[in-house]
Design a protein around this ligand. Structure first.
Ligand SMILES: [Zn+2]
Length: 299
């Protein structure tokens, strides 16, 4: 069975050698010890070079069937059209650059670039034996990622779905009003509650603080609303919720709100599940997506 490499480049770079949808070699990380976002201060060419060097380190001369990279932002044909938290890479042709760097090292496999949330969805599908089904995933961090497996060309910026018409909702990192990320994003929560950390907001909500409880309700309703929009566009199914702030999810509450928003009988039957979304899951998903893309399968 052929080897592939998966890369997850979000905050730091994780790389893994993948065979048959399983990770066979431990990942090398860049600046794993650094706090915060190691990619933020890195010029675009250096990001590509670092990814290339890590791929070389992990493959150790072995030929590769596919190279898949998950990267935050809007990705089209290997070009990072926009990445709100990594402005230096806006417009950068990561796919062509990385493929060229790999070719110089004697590797003919083309690097295929995907949105980081899409590789997370693919990794969840692969590690749960769900590659025959549609899997959608929300990742709750500073940004709100929305991933879909099987991968299909498109924008799919579900984190910026409009979930309220209130013009005072302007906390989204992209500057848009009423966005899901403006309610659920970590940065957005800190901007809204200048005196409280997100942990404290949810703890206070549980102990009956009215302002925090009203926000916890809005937070869950926002995710239910964005999920309902996805269901109305793409049908019902399994929705996985991961990322650092998935710990605040109250599943019973989320299910209840979703039922308020989805009423047509053919659209019933969706399910939420909170999952741990590790680097390993994203790395496996990146490799799986690239293999499927290059095989021309359902893509
Ligand atoms: Zn936005």
């Amino acid at each position: 069975m052929a080897l592939s490499v998966g890369v997850l480049a979000a905050e730091h770079i994780a790389v893994g050698l993948v065979k048959g949808h399983r990770l066979v070699k431990s990942m090398r990380m860049l600046n794993a010890e650094s706090k915060g976002n190691a990619l933020q201060a890195m010029p675009a060419d250096q990001i590509a070079r670092s990814i290339c060097e890590l791929i070389e380190a992990v493959r150790q001369g072995e030929p590769l069937q596919a190279v898949g990279v998950g990267f935050p932002g809007i990705i089209q044909d290997g070009v990072v059209q926009d990445s709100p938290n990594l402005q230096q890479i806006k417009g950068y042709d990561l796919g062509t650059t990385l493929s060229g760097m790999l070719a110089q090292r004697g590797l003919s496999a083309r690097a295929v670039i995907f949105n980081d949330a899409d590789v997370m969805a693919a990794g969840i599908a692969a590690t749960r034996g769900q590659l025959h089904r549609m899997v959608r995933a929300w990742t709750l961090g500073n940004g709100i990622g929305f991933g879909r497996y099987p991968w299909v060309a498109g924008i799919w910026e579900g984190g910026h779905a409009v979930v309220t018409l209130d013009p005072k909702e302007y906390y989204c990192g992209c500057g848009g009003r009423g966005h899901l990320e403006g309610i659920m994003g970590h940065r957005a929560m800190r901007l809204r509650f200048l005196d409280l950390e997100p942990e404290e907001i949810f703890a206070n909500a549980r102990s009956g603080d009215a302002r925090c409880e009203a926000f916890a309700k809005l937070w869950h309703r926002a995710l239910a609303a964005a999920t309902a929009t996805s269901i109305h566009m793409d049908g019902p199914g399994d929705f996985y919720v991961g990322g650092q702030n998935a710990r605040f999810i109250d599943l019973a509450r989320l299910d209840r709100y979703l039922h308020d928003y989805v009423k047509m009988s053919p659209l019933q039957g969706s399910r939420f599940e909170v999952v741990a979304t590790s680097d390993e899951v994203g790395v496996i998903g990146a490799a799986v997506n690239a293999e499927r893309f290059l095989a021309g399968g359902s893509n």
